[in-house]
Design a protein around this ligand. Sequence first.
Ligand code: AMP
Length: 433
Amino acid sequence: MTNNTTSGAFGLLLPKIGQAVSEAGYETPSPIQEQSIPSLLKGHDMIGCAQTGTGKTAAFALPILQYLEINKKRGSSGKPPVLILAPTRELAAQIRDSFEKYGKHTKARHTVIFGGVGQNPQVQTMRRGVEVLVATPGRLLDLMNQGHIKLSSVEIFVLDEADRMLDMGFIHDIKKVIAKLPKKRQSLFYSATMEPAVVSLARTLVDNPTYVTITPDKPTVELIEQKIMFVDKDKKEKLIVKLMQDPKMDRVMVFVQMKHVANRVTEKLEKHGIKAAAIHGNKSQTARTKALASFKAGKVRVLVATDIAARGIDVDNVTHVINYNMPVEPETYVHRIGRTARAGNDGDSISFCSAPERDYLRAIEKLLRTTIPVDLYHPFHDKESMYAKGAAAKPPPRKQRSSRNNNRSPGRRPRTEGRGQRTEGKRRWRGKK
Ligand code: AMP
């Protein structure tokens, strides 16, 4: 009954769950998925030190769905077999959405409950019965106190973002919830950090757990001052030239989607007396090394790069990152802006967003779970881009791979640069560079 068509830990999934994973576009498991799925399928408890963006939701959702499916579990009225506690309504709703996505070919029913909205629809759904309940602590306790929810049938309990729960002062609520759980259960505990208070909470919850620690391939975005500039795509050149008049923009990395754009932006800057160099796949290794050395030495102020060419480049004291084009994949945004704010320094990132790029911005904000501030006062501010629905950002049709890529690992996304168009294919988990 396994699904051998997919790789690694995904191969352990029932075909109907594996199918949903493929339909989500995932080809390879992320490290936390690879490490967690086998152990969770065996019923072990878990302490996971991992933050959002590592793929942890699927890491626990997939084995849970499999457990429900194999054991034909049905939640009776007000008594869910799976409870997931999350600190915020956004996170709770996102987890519910993940269950919907990964469980779409299974019979699992799921719902989310949180405060700030009327409780009646939530009560009614609980009355009908669900297998997976995702909840924030306050509303869960309310409904428990009113007798609408009982935890006596919970077999799997997940506490997500425990450190954030503690920061938000939920410790007493969590303890009340834990006190009502049956002793015999599988418990999963996730936290981005493991300070002593978190560890002691974890100890009260789990029994002989498997430990999984994922060091995120992520910078501390908190140290980066991010902003969005909405701008018509034809005005981006003017905008960058304007911005570079600020002497504070001392060492700037500019990310573009395509090689010819890298060349064009570099030429434009040079024409305005701003020292710039480009690195991309069409440049020889010598030219790239030279450009990078000049940038590191401060001989050029601006390095214009495509994502692939910039991979692995580590330059100290980059003051600003400019996303000249919004990245197609939200994770790339995090990699890009991480070029500034290295080694505990702070840094700035400015993203140029035109109307067709609105969807990319939305995906980034969803990944970061935050809204990036908008600079409304730059001279090329474009309202149309700001209010664009972003429908134009649909992926173009897939293209045949060129022979150049034949030696790449199977399923790897064709490279985007140098083709005159971007390609959007399967989503392969990208590990550390
Ligand atoms: P999470 O850490 O659970 O919030 O997931 C972060 C993002 O990674 C979400 O947008 C997921 O859809 C995506 N994701 C999760 N697993 C994979 C995978 N194996 N391959 C590609 N993307 C994934």
